[in-house]
Ligand binder design. Structure first.
Ligand code: NAD
Length: 362
């Protein structure tokens, strides 16, 4: 296997692997291990070039550092990508080679599921490395993270409604949920059970039909979800949905969803703020899944009660962000970055700066 180190400013280590016999072409990016080993999913995607894959993995790895810092998981941030065709290139040989590549970091990078990866692929990896999380509960692993992400999202809603409306009566509000997938679906079922009014959309008609019988639930076409006259808009499908076209349509006073990278660009957090819309930073409110996984990598092993207790803290994390934003006249997204950066700085003061160590060794 050919290994190439790629020096990138602000990243501890970025490595490209090319393996002729299996066809593997992959990148591992370790952004920051000040708070612990770098944990982040492995993505399999049909990137058009190595440069495109590199841009993606760098952005995702940094996001994981910030997410874990705010969620207090004791982990750092990293990510991995495999460049390949979804239909033809998901072979056991490629994933076994990827497992050996991950193993070469000796635990500084720990992987998990991401786009294009399922249990089958994780099981190929685990034949070559133990640094894999999110396998089945039967194997002692933490299993599917989605119900934990949904739980964290509901917990976070309390912090949002208290901040904006001074109430924790989630049942008295109207929600517009975009995306009825694993997380969005669970959240809709929970809100419906509480007695709330919930307007939903999904590109899958079949998915929508499943939710029609639930009390308080109404389905609208996908394009209409932004303009629903509701209290809370919940993006639970795609990234980039908060942008110059959609923000002016919003009637909600809170945006709180699980989708990653909801803001198309950083400045869109300011636009929401100026319109008086409270935005729950995505990487804080959707951290339930990573918190669950972080419990799996502790020496004492996975324990669901510990995971649930830590997920409760998403409420406190959001309160801290909203307080910082108010005090320092920042948007919540800016305040969340500030909180993450402060935690990284504190850790570096305590334990030294791994980025400096990595630079001095290279
Ligand atoms: P999923 O694939 O199960 O669900 C996504 C749903 O969105 C699907 O039902 C899909 O049909 C629908 N959808 C796609 N485009 C849409 C559109 N334009 N309008 C309406 N619906 C649309 O995914 P998930 O696991 O529920 O995750 C949802 C989002 O949350 C993703 O952005 C994911 O990256 C993020 N996230 C998930 C987790 C987790 O634990 N699953 C954790 C953190 C972040």
């Amino acid at each position: 296997m050919k290994i190439r180190q790629v020096p990138v400013d602000g990243y501890e280590q970025v490595v490209v692997a090319e393996d002729e016999s299996s066809g593997l072409h992959a990148i591992v990016a370790i952004h920051d291990t000040s708070l612990g080993p770098a944990l982040g999913g492995l993505r399999f995607w049909d990137y058009q070039s190595e440069q495109e894959a590199l841009t993606d993995v760098l952005r995702l790895a940094q996001g994981m550092t910030y997410k874990s810092a705010c969620a207090d998981t004791g982990l750092g941030g990293g990510k991995a990508v495999i460049i390949g065709d979804q239909e033809t290139d998901k072979t056991e040989a490629r994933f076994r080679a990827m497992g050996r590549f991950i193993d070469s970091f000796e635990g500084r990078y720990i992987t998990a599921e991401d786009v294009g990866i399922g249990i089958r692929e994780l099981e190929w990896l685990v034949q070559e490395t133990r640094y894999v999380t999110g396998l089945s509960r039967q194997s002692g692993s933490s299993g599917n993270p989605s119900p934990f992400t949904a739980r964290g999202l509901i917990r976070g809603l309390f912090a949002c409604t208290e901040e904006k409306f001074g109430t924790s009566h989630l049942d008295r509000l109207h929600y517009a949920v975009q995306g009825l997938g694993q997380v969005g679906g669970d959240v809709v079922r929970c809100l419906s059970m509480l007695g709330a009014t919930v307007t939903v959309s999904d590109i899958s008609d079949e998915r929508c039909q499943e939710f029609v019988p639930l009390p308080g639930v109404e389905v609208v076409p996908c394009d209409d979800i932004y303009a629903v006259d509701c209290d809370v808009f919940m993006p639970c499908a795609l990234g980039g949905v908060l942008n110059e076209k959609t923000i002016p349509m919003l009637k909600a006073q809170i945006v709180a969803g699980c989708a990653n990278n909801q803001l198309l660009r950083d400045e869109h957090s300011r636009e929401l703020h100026e319109r008086g819309i409270l935005y729950a930073p995505d990487f804080i409110i959707n951290a339930g899944g990573i918190i669950n996984v972080s419990v799996e990598v502790r020496p004492e092993g996975y324990n669901e009660r510990t995971a649930l207790r830590k997920i409760e803290n998403i409420y406190n994390g959001l309160r801290e962000v909203f307080d910082t934003a108010r005090r320092e006249n920042l948007t919540p997204a800016e305040a969340a970055d500030r909180v993450a950066e402060q935690r990284l700085m504190d850790a570096r003061k305590r334990n030294g700066n791994p980025l400096m160590d990595a630079t001095s060794k290279s």
